[in-house]
Design a protein. Structure first.
Length: 238
């Protein structure tokens, strides 16, 4: 009888430990990890350079993520860095990659770029976008073999100037979205499906609830992005 009780206790302990491992949220964010957010104006969020914590993360999904994660896991002592730059394309990222990514030694790197390449690029082709983005990933993984990289899908909403001929504009952006998904599959990385999240959100509110100009999110849109990022990253590395 005593043996049966002991076996049952051990089984319960093992089951409890397994359940704790499964239920641990964002296990990929190890204690002391450096989390770097990289991209264009959507990530930039009007951030200020320097060490003023009121401004260094900008006013966007990156700030919300840093706040939510920092509040939930203060014991992990995570460091969040934002290096998004307004107007950037993949080519612009490549020009500053050494200083703004490699030199910062990130443990987790989140990238979102593509909308400027589609509508405001400097003549870069779709092929150049893919080749440049691919090299950024390859170089980063070579420098940091254990790094965790998250790819954000660029998105577009039918608001203001983008509402005119939206299907055609959306089709152009979808070519870059396909590249991001292709690279995610190639390097076995999670892709945060922002477009899918915004499309689904239209059942809860009109497009201008989520984006004020078709490209840049509102505060509600940034909150939606943060929520989608958290769910994607947690599910991928659970």
């Amino acid at each position: 009888m005593k043996t049966v009780w002991m076996l049952a206790a051990v089984a319960a302990l093992v089951a409890g430990s397994a359940e704790a491992r499964v239920s641990e949220k964002l296990a990929v964010l190890k204690p002391g990890a450096v989390v770097l957010m990289q991209g264009d104006s959507i990530t930039d969020g009007g951030r200020w350079p320097g060490d003023d914590f009121n401004h260094i993360m900008g006013q966007d999904y990156a700030y919300i993520l840093a706040g939510e994660i920092g509040l939930t896991y203060p014991e992990r002592n995570l460091a969040f860095i934002n290096r998004g730059v307004s107007g950037n394309t993949a080519t612009d990222l490549a020009a500053r990659w050494q200083a703004d990514t490699i030199a910062l030694h990130p443990d987790v790197l989140s990238i979102m770029v593509g909308v400027n390449d589609t509508f405001y690029g400097k003549g870069e082709t779709l092929e150049a976008y893919e080749a440049t983005y691919d090299k950024l990933l390859a170089d980063t993984i070579q420098a940091f073999p254990n790094i965790k990289i998250v790819l954000g899908e660029p998105f577009l909403m039918p608001v203001k100037s983008y509402a005119e001929d939206y299907p055609a504009k959306r089709a152009e952006l979808e070519k870059r979205q396909a590249v991001v998904k292709k690279l995610g599959a190639k390097y076995h990385l999670p892709v945060v499906l922002y477009q899918e999240a915004f499309d689904a959100a239209l059942s809860r509110g009109p497009a201008n609830t989520w984006s004020w100009d078709g490209v840049h999110p509102t505060y509600a849109g940034h909150a939606l992005m943060a929520e989608t990022w958290l769910k994607t990253v947690d599910a991928f590395w659970r």
